[in-house]
Design a protein around this ligand. Structure first.
Ligand code: AMP
Length: 420
């Protein structure tokens, strides 16, 4: 397989798919530039080799072409600043003007294309009114497939080689993340440095695991994490359940959960997961106490109670001190750790303590030689809020992509380059 380090980009044009889908505030200021910073080493290597870079990304979920609020022009100054050189901008990713700008690129120059998703061809999903009939949808899909081929071929025609550094969209089989790879020989397509790191981190967790392996699953709902939990039961020694999910399990076991978040239709599922864990010898660790509140608010009254004795009209918003110790002991005795989802409503300062305790235990385990991977939007925001990102082995830039990889799914963006 071709790699960034072994490829000499001198004189070449490289089409680099990045994930610059960064959050912006209402004045179009970037509120978190992590994803841009993460792709800079790849772009720099190509430019330093004397290559020409065509930067391509999506932004948000535009419903029409163009949808100005999703323009990539807003992030151009930051990309130039982080790259240390002026990046040119093509106000459309298609068209003659863009083709001319690509041709005019000189060695060491970079051009960023406008949002790829301004064309429905990128995702291959027709943008139809909700009233469209099934027949109309099928016909539109077929017709779009043909246009998507042309769109993909045009993007591919811009370059001599293809680099995918967009891990955040690696779970999508879109024109620029997967289909385009077919237009390049095996030695002219490769992962960017970020993608290489993400893939290596996933492989380490999934294939070269040192035991004990502990996964901490938090967040609000069991239903959104069910596939990943089932898959993890085949791999982990300990599965810690935290966050809002806790209460579906506690209720299923007959506990009193007050008004805590609960998926009533998932009680049987929770019991069957506990059964499955038992039959596979997995130590499923549930909270024993909770910090409860009389309202879903940072300023609510609070107290600590056993997790299965929550009074009516009170809800569990964080783990309690006994649970913090229980979770921390399991984490600290682990050699491989995966953390997805906060164990409390960490957005409220009065309910961050449990997630902080988990983060600190992971940092300590990492210091003692464990490999720790943190991923999924909220856990990353959480570890950043605590300023502890440097203390863990790897913080993934992917949310959905990371979870799908851990569920055992083959990611189209990865398969398109390495074949599996
Ligand atoms: P998810 O997107 O499913 O990973 O869920 C993340 C969200 O779960 C965060 O916004 C947390 O505030 C929320 N969360 C964590 N613990 C609880 C809880 N006990 N009750 C309600 N929401 C929670």
């Amino acid at each position: 397989m071709q790699t960034m380090d072994s490829f000499n980009f001198a004189g070449k044009k490289a089409f680099v798919r990045v994930d610059f889908n960064v959050p912006l505030d209402e004045n179009f200021n970037i509120t978190d530039d992590t994803r841009i910073r993460a792709a800079i080493p790849t772009l720099k290597k190509i430019l330093n080799d004397g290559g020409r870079v065509i930067i391509a990304s999506h932004m948000g979920r535009p419903k029409k072409n163009p949808d100005p609020k999703y323009s990539l022009k807003y992030i151009l100054p930051r990309v130039s600043e982080l790259l240390g050189k002026e990046v040119k901008f093509a106000p459309d990713c298609m068209g003659q003007e863009t083709a001319a700008m690509v041709s005019a690129l000189k060695p060491g120059e970079a051009l960023m294309l406008e949002n790829l998703r301004f064309y429905e061809e990128e995702e291959g999903k027709p943008r139809l009114p909700e009233t469209a009939t099934e027949e109309e949808k099928a016909a539109a899909k077929k017709e779009l497939k043909e246009r998507q081929k042309k769109f993909t071929a045009t993007l591919a025609s811009y370059a001599d080689c293809y680099v995918n550094d967009a891990f955040g969209t690696a779970h999508r089989a879109h024109a620029s993340t997967a289909l385009i790879a077919d237009y390049f020989d095996a030695d002219h397509k490769m992962f960017g440095y970020l993608m290489e790191k993400e893939v290596a981190a996933i492989e380490k967790i999934m294939n070269y695991t040192e035991h004990p392996f502990t996964a901490i699953m938090g967040g609000s709902k069991v239903s959104s994490k069910i596939d990943i939990i089932e898959n993890l039961l085949n791999k982990v020694d300990n599965l810690i359940i935290g966050g809002g999910m806790t209460y579906t399990f506690v209720k299923a076991l007959g506990g009193k959960i007050g008004s805590s978040i609960c998926e009533e239709d998932k009680l049987d599922l929770a019991l069957s997961l506990l059964e499955k864990a038992k039959s596979k010898g997995v130590n499923m660790v549930l909270a024993v106490d909770a910090k409860i509140a009389d309202a879903f608010s940072n300023d609510a009254n609070t107290k600590f109670v056993p997790v299965n004795e929550i009074p009516d009209n009170w809800e569990g918003l964080d783990i309690g001190p006994e649970t913090e110790k229980l979770f921390a002991d399991v984490i600290k005795s682990s050699k491989t750790i995966l953390w997805n989802g906060p164990v409390g409503v960490f957005e409220f300062d009065n309910f961050t303590h449990g997630s902080l305790a988990v983060a600190q235990a992971i940092v300590e385990a990492t210091k003692n030689g464990a490999f720790s991977l943190i991923g999924g939007g909220d856990s990353v925001a959480c570890i950043n809020k605590f300023g502890l990102a440097d203390g863990v082995s790897y913080v993934s830039t992917g949310g959905g992509a990371l979870l799908e990889a851990i569920e055992g799914k083959v990611l189209p963006g990865i398969k398109a380059i390495r074949g599996y």
